[in-house]
Write a protein that binds this ligand. Structure first.
Ligand code: ATP
Ligand code: MG
Length: 590
């Protein structure tokens, strides 16, 4: 059985082991910072917003942040970026923790941005006292109008020059809950004419009287992402803050807040964190941007993934059609296969779309060496070996892996009647068909050579059964055991076969860029109706005995996993993870 290697893809780079060191630009910056003495230890963080489950794109950020921490002997925090109350759900928090662990990583500490609400508040007061923040009263629409455009400078808000005392009073009253949602905003006083629009007096705090999952109703005001994120990094002592390219234009603002607040030199701002018993050694972190992972045939937006769940296109966040980490897990994808993908794709500043076949190739590569083999028949046709006695029955001893003896052997029952795959027989064989045909011969895997003697049909002309003979000279240990025939097919003893449900999964979308702009079409129009097909199949007994999440290669069919939710030994349910070969490459060539 040949499995495919990833080779054809021009974008794939050869795998390198982390020990040798991956040579991407982020790791190079870190090496340089260590070599020059600018940093003595490396601290990173993975900062998801708990408003959905993690998807395959997050795997890149996870592998990068946790991988770098491990490689350089530092640490990585898991930080839940929970600055948007109302959008966050404890269920997602648990899901994120679970998914990071599943991918093979562990965090130094679990933190929440909300652990630092007091730091953000005190820092804002410092900015006001330093004369670089003010309370504004423009509403959202006015603010947009005042902001200007890419080609046109913005205008100063009429409230920009309030006195420090007035700003302090108003901000304290914002915090005390005296004002209505949206009626006031705290803004940084930077430059309304800045070429970079992010620097045109960005908002720091807004009023939102919404209950927060961790802090309850303690805060009627919440910090903006650009303000909270860099200060969270600084207070945790993060050295390298790795984020995706869309934040490149935000970096000047990131640095502005970090420098103006200057946490390392102002311990009074982070006393609350120390008092809460949290380790803190504030730093001036450096933001470095890398390109997102985009995969063809996939959606990597939590909002859209949430819509697939809400609209019933899938059965939940962990539906094996979903490219959430839990969907991929349930589908049978392996952490090692995903890590291999990320390693192979590499880290750069170039935005690109990775072909889905590269992901499948990585999964196959891992599953090939880690999965025991079994036999299953998905679309059964009965074959009766008429030269065997009615009660013939034997037990074959079959290796579990063709290339790795450490997998051992198993017993496979064989008897006079077997199920074979319907598509392995052709009454009128097309050219080049090497499987079973009338009067033809084929090898039954592990048994010997059989010949098709008779084709039985029903009144409608449908083939219902085949009668054949087994050549006794070709059995194991017999002189003719090595006789060559062109095809080998798999089978399951009909008498011993265990009925199973098999869910055949395929790509979730029918087009490579479901998100692409197309006249009159929504991304939802590209959902693949064939992405899940359920069949009743037959398994050899040793496959049915699997535990949930146990993976096999079903010979000649693909890699399958016992469903982690629904599988039971007495009512097996298997999911197809991936076929043995790329069936989409030939589709594209049609
Ligand atoms: P979404 O838009 O789907 O909500 P997000 O980027 O807002 O995604 P976060 O939870 O904020 O999701 O992301 C946590 C971290 O994961 C961030 O550092 C973000 O840059 C990174 N990340 C998210 N998507 C990708 C991706 N496709 N490739 C690489 N990193 C990603
Ligand atoms: Mg986000």
């Amino acid at each position: 059985m040949s499995t495919e290697k990833i080779s054809a893809e021009p974008t794939a780079t050869p795998a390198v082991s982390p020990v040798e060191g991956q040579r991407d630009f982020v790791r190079q910056i870190i090496r340089d910072d260590l070599a020059s003495g600018k940093r003595s230890a490396i601290r990173t963080r993975f900062p998801p917003e708990p408003n959905g489950y993690l998807h395959i794109g997050h795997a890149k950020a996870i592998c990068l942040n946790f991988g770098i921490a491990t490689e350089f002997g530092g640490w990585c925090n898991l930080r839940l970026d929970d600055t948007n109350p109302g959008r966050e759900d404890p269920e997602f928090v648990e899901g994120i923790k679970d998914d990071v662990h599943w991918l093979g990583f562990d965090w130094h500490e679990l933190r929440h941005a909300s652990d630092y609400f007091e730091v953000f508040y005190r820092s804002a007061i410092k900015l006001i006292e330093d004369g670089v923040a003010y309370v504004d009263e423009l509403d959202a629409e006015q603010m947009r109008a005042y902001r200007g455009t890419l080609t046109e400078a913005g205008r100063n808000s009429p409230h920009r020059n309030r006195s420090i005392a007035e700003n302090l009073d108003l901000f304290r009253r914002m915090r005390a809950g005296e004002f209505a949602d949206g009626s006031k905003t705290l803004r940084a006083k930077i430059d309304m004419a800045a070429g970079n629009i992010n620097l045109r007096d960005p908002a720091i705090y807004r009023i939102r009287k919404v209950t927060h999952q961790n802090t309850g109703d303690a805060w009627p005001i919440y910090p903006m992402y650009d303000y909270a994120h860099c200060l969270s990094d600084a207070v945790e002592g993060i050295t390298h803050s790795l984020c995706t390219l869309e934040f490149e234009d935000h970096r000047p603002l990131y640095d502005w807040f970090v420098d103006r607040v200057d946490l390392p030199n102002h311990p009074e701002l982070w006393q609350s964190v120390v008092a809460a018993g949290l380790e803190t050694r504030p730093s001036k972190p450096r933001q470095i941007e890398f390109s997102r992972l985009n995969l063809s045939y996939c959606i990597t937006s939590k909002r859209k993934l949430a819509q697939l769940v809400a609209d019933g296109h899938v059965d939940g966040w962990d539906d094996p059609r979903m490219n959430t980490l839990r969907g991929l897990r349930r589908r049978g994808f392996t952490p090692a296969g995903l890590r291999l993908l990320i390693e192979r794709v590499g880290i750069s500043k170039q935005n690109s779309v990775i072909d889905y076949s590269i992901l499948e190739g990585c999964i196959r590569e891992d599953l090939d060496v880690t999965s025991a083999r079994r036999m299953a028949v998905l679309d059964p046709l009965k074959l009766v070996l008429i030269n065997l006695p009615q009660d013939h029955q034997e037990t074959l001893i079959v290796p579990n892996h063709p290339k790795d003896e450490s997998f051992g052997v198993r017993e496979v029952p064989f008897a006079r009647e077997v199920w074979i795959e319907r598509e392995d027989f052709a009454e009128i064989p097309p050219k080049g068909f090497h499987r079973l045909k009338p009067e033809g011969e084929v090898r039954l895997r592990g048994v010997g050579i059989i010949k098709c003697e008779q084709v039985i049909k029903d009144a409608a002309g449908q083939v219902t059964e085949l009668h054949g003979t087994l050549d006794p000279e070709t059995r194991h240990g017999m002189p003719g055991a090595d006789r060559k025939v062109k095809g080998t097919i798999h089978w399951v003893s009909a008498k011993h076969a265990v009925a199973t449900e098999v869910r055949l999964y395929d790509r979730q979308f029918t087009v490579a860029a479901p998100d692409g702009e197309e006249e009159g079409k929504s991304w939802l129009d590209h959902v693949n109706p064939e992405a899940k097909r359920v069949v009743q199949a037959w398994l050899e007994p040793a496959a049915a005995a699997a535990v949930p999440e146990q993976r096999f290669q079903f010979e000649r069919l693909g890699y399958f996993v016992a469903d982690r939710v629904d599988h039971r030994a007495d009512a097996p349910v298997f999911n197809r993870t991936v076929t043995l070969r790329d069936i989409w490459a030939s589709k594209a060539g049609q």
